[in-house]
Design a binder for this molecule. Structure first.
Ligand SMILES: Cc1cc2nc3c(=O)[nH]c(=O)nc-3n(C[C@H](O)[C@H](O)[C@H](O)COP(=O)(O)OP(=O)(O)OC[C@H]3O[C@@H](n4cnc5c(N)ncnc54)[C@H](O)[C@@H]3O)c2cc1C
Length: 410
């Protein structure tokens, strides 16, 4: 195997590094990888670590980007502020297994994400809670019961929840829907909530109490040194080699016949033969602000802008997420866009159907493990991707897959 353009590390001596207990028999002169992992994000890196550590396999991880960590990549910007290059990533989970696995590679700092929405010049908590309702409707509500009763009174009953409009107006009524959801959703998806499946907006809870945390999960913490540092430790294993800046198509022939973990877009893997799966993308603009004394710019980590006259959907102040103290602060403005990297699968039934056609092709390839958000064409949080990769690798037997494993023969 030859080093790629930006080979990170190639162990000097591959021989004898595989666990004798689990490792496959190899010819003494075989120096290539046993498994190729395409993508160094959560799906690829977690899979690589499991395969290297528990199966004793030699794993080559490639990524077309010039860095590891996939969409969770963070780096210091030109002003020394830790920023997330592909949009703010907040870690939260209820899965002990995921926390246990990732905690081997990072310490954590407590961070509970909070969001406010800017409506008519004032900031109100999102998701909607008692304070949001009182502020926007100018009413006094004493306690959860009274708030729940008030919301039930303003809600518009719906017999069936077909669209996202249904799912919101049925819970909070038309006024709060118009002021907090409609414009935001139209900007985010370029579709009216009445054109989007009910599940999209139904994900956002409505609270009758004062809890103003964005997530309910039991574990809400950020990797203490950032995501990239966590990935560096995860991929730091004698059986793992990482090459960034490497496109799969350019090495496909070189590694033909080797079992593959595929974390890229599923339609790309099959040459788009049934057509392209559509995605919504995002453009990020960063703004630097002077913050003498280390003060913060925003009232919360993220501010939503549901007003359609404002072209961006939300603004996040990275230092609130990372806990970094500095005399400057970097804000990320999010502009949804039709062009660009594949970010959000568009949740429409015809797209799901198209995905299922690709899934059928994938089911006929036991030599390839399809894992992660792009391979599954599904919006998945980071913890879901980690849990999915841990479980998928557990079930996968790459070396017994119907594939050309001649190169592994003793
Ligand atoms: C704007 C935004 C904000 C988000 N915020 C959060 C959040 O706050 N909390 C949360 O839990 N989740 C969040 N997510 C979701 C999170 O980004 C994903 O769960 C996670 O990144 C998925 O990891 P993955 O490995 O499946 O995909 P990715 O991280 O995308 O990794 C796939 C990798 O494969 C590489 N690749 C693809 N094709 C090829 C090829 N042909 N050759 C070589 N390499 C290839 C890509 O370059 C990429 O690096 C957010 C997502 C977005 C879009």
């Amino acid at each position: 195997m030859s080093d790629g353009p930006q080979a990170r590390r190639l162990p000097a001596d591959y021989e004898g590094m595989a666990s004798l207990e689990f490792g496959p028999a190899r010819p003494r002169d075989h120096r290539g990888p046993d498994v190729l992992v395409v993508g160094a994000g959560f799906a690829g890196s977690v899979s690589a670590r499991k395969l290297a550590e528990e199966r004793g396999l030699r794993v080559l991880v490639i990524d077309r980007r010039p860095h590891i960590a996939g969409n969770a990549y963070d780096t210091l910007d030109e002003n020394g502020i830790l920023v997330h290059s592909y949009g703010p990533h907040i870690f939260h989970t209820n899965a002990d297994k995921v926390v246990e696995f990732l905690s081997r590679f990072t310490d954590w700092r407590p961070y509970e994400h909070r969001v406010v929405a800017e409506v008519d010049g004032r900031f109100v908590p999102m998701p909607i809670n008692r304070q949001t309702v009182m502020a926007l409707h100018g009413v006094e509500l004493y306690g959860e019961e009274e708030t729940a009763a008030y919301l039930a009174w303003v809600a518009e009953p719906r017999e069936a929840m077909h669209t996202s409009e249904d799912s919101v107006v049925a819970k909070v009524g038309r006024d709060l829907y118009e002021r907090l959801f409609r414009g935001y959703t139209r900007k985010q998806w370029d579709l009216d909530p009445s054109q989007l499946h009910a599940s999209v907006c139904a994900r956002i809870p409505v609270r009758s109490g004062d809890d103003d945390r964005y997530f309910n999960d039991s574990f809400q913490k950020m990797p203490a040194d950032g995501y990239t540092a966590m990935f560096e430790r995860m991929l730091d294993h004698p059986n793992i080699t990482v090459q960034t800046g490497v496109e799969y198509a350019d090495v496909e022939q070189q590694y033909a016949g080797i079992p593959l973990v595929w974390t890229g877009p599923i339609d790309a893997f099959f040459g788009y033969r049934h057509g392209r799966l559509p995605y919504r993308s995002m453009r990020f603009e960063h703004e630097l602000r002077a913050t003498p004394g280390g003060r913060l710019v925003q009232p919360t980590g993220t501010v939503n802008y549901p007003n359609e006259r404002i072209p961006y959907t939300r603004v996040t102040e990275y230092r609130q997420l990372t806990g970094q103290v500095a005399e400057t602060s970097t804000l990320a403005y999010e502009f949804p866009s039709a062009e660009g990297d594949p970010y959000y699968p568009i949740p429409r039934p015809e797209n799901r159907e198209l995905y299922h056609r690709y899934e059928q092709l994938a089911n006929a390839r036991p030599d390839v493990l399809f894992v992660g958000r792009l391979a599954r064409y599904q919006y998945l949080n980071m913890d879901q991707v980690v849990a999915g990769a841990l479980a998928a690798v557990e079930r996968w037997s790459p070396l017994s897959a119907e594939t050309d494993t001649e190169h592994l023969a003793a």
